[in-house]
Design a protein around this ligand. Structure first.
Ligand code: FES
Ligand code: FES
Length: 168
């Protein structure tokens, strides 16, 4: 169609092709074109982190990326974290540590933390707080979020140390 570009992306393992306007934000593409409303939009200018998704494994702010820039990429949204209805261990840790308060910011926190924890499997509290510093929680629930991350890392360490266990 006139002025539109056809892009192909793989989102949570499913391939999608769509014709989009060049100005369409990735956040709007995910929410409105694909119906993946777990990616939340807060500030829409890169400050709050609510829209964070993984683009080829790296955390990016979907409100700062045009959908056309994601052409050919693999995207993971919060909807891609659970496995056959079982929460991702980090989601489970958030649940257990009461780290979801308003819940609006939660998808962004999770998606920022996934690559951080992949690269820092045993982070200090300071490193965790630094990793969280790009995501805003307006209800100041950071203490519980830090606890959730520590709970997660303690759990992965325990399973890695179990007979036959391995850190994933
Ligand atoms: S909505 Fe993207 S950083 Fe706030
Ligand atoms: S838990 Fe979402 S803003 Fe605090």
């Amino acid at each position: 169609m006139n002025g539109q570009h056809t892009i192909g992306v793989t989102v949570n393992g499913i391939r999608h092709e769509r014709a989009v306007e060049p100005r369409l934000l990735l956040s709007d593409f995910l929410r409105h074109e694909l119906g993946l409303t777990g990616t939340h939009v807060g500030c829409e200018h890169g400050v709050c982190g609510a829209c964070t998704v993984l683009l080829d494994g790296a955390a990016v702010r979907a409100c700062l990326v045009f959908a056309v820039q994601a052409d050919g990429c693999e995207i993971t949204t919060v909807e891609g974290l659970d496995h056959d209805g079982t929460l991702h261990p980090l989601q489970q840790a958030f649940h257990e540590a009461h780290a979801l308060q308003c819940g609006f910011c939660t998808p962004g926190f999770l998606m920022s933390l996934i690559p951080f924890l992949r690269d820092h499997p045993d982070p200090s509290e300071h490193q965790i707080r630094e990793a969280l510093s790009g995501n805003l929680c307006r209800c100041t629930g950071y203490a519980n979020i830090v606890t959730a991350v520590q709970r997660f890392t303690a759990g992965t360490a325990a399973s890695a140390n179990a007979p036959g266990g391995a850190r994933s």
